[in-house]
Design a binder for this molecule. Structure first.
Ligand code: IMP
Ligand code: MG
Length: 180
């Protein structure tokens, strides 16, 4: 069974995501020139976006990874578990968190509090997708956003439903019958 048939509608194609990544990369290049930022990719969802975004960046940078999860199925549980911490020393470094999607904001609210305690020189967020209608916290304002999405459950380009669909090359809306 071809999982492309589980998708109700494609929102952003790979070429569209690539074009947006070129724009975001050039903004980041300007902001972080001579700062050698740490691009901190949140596992697992942000990996395809982190790869596509950073391949267009021309400045020096370092990669790191962190894992925090709050999701079970299609509903945010509100319990955020950090299961992997960054391996680099973040103190006095410019850190850019890379996320796949901001929904309620709970995950990033927890993550930024933990990271602030490590005293980075600066801490910003770049997210592929933002669902501002779903926000439950008011302290999360991503500086760099790829696309705003409506309140629908989306998969692909790193985003999963029960760990599947991350490998789709586009972002699409999952048919309700797949999770109801
Ligand atoms: P938040 O803590 O509610 O902001 O949730 C953020 C996390 O929930 C993201 O990192 C995703 O893993 C997941 N998430 C939120 N909305 C969606 C969606 O529409 N599709 C897939 N995952 C989602
Ligand atoms: Mg995630």
């Amino acid at each position: 069974m071809d999982i492309n048939n589980h998708i109700k509608k494609v929102l952003f194609t790979e070429p569209e995501i690539n074009e947006r990544c070129i724009e975001l990369a050039s903004e980041l290049d300007k902001e972080y020139e001579d700062k050698k930022p740490i691009m901190l990719s949140l596992l697992k969802g942000s990996v395809p976006f982190a790869t596509m975004l950073t391949k267009h960046m021309k400045i020096s940078l370092e990669f790191d990874y962190m894992k925090a999860s709050s999701y079970h199925g299609t509903i945010s549980s509100g319990n955020v578990a950090v299961t992997l911490m960054p391996s680099l020393k973040l103190e006095n470094r410019h850190v850019v968190i890379i996320e796949d999607i901001i929904d309620t904001g709970t995950t990033l609210s927890t993550v930024t509090k933990i990271l602030q305690d490590l005293h980075p020189a600066s801490l910003e967020i770049v997210t592929l997708l933002d669902k501002p209608a779903m926000r439950k916290v008011n302290d999360i304002k991503p500086k760099y956003v790829g696309f705003i999405v409506p309140n629908e459950f989306v998969v692909g380009f790193g985003l999963d439903f029960n760990e599947d669909y991350r490998h789709l090359p586009y972002v699409g809306v999952l048919k309700e019958e797949m999770y109801k």
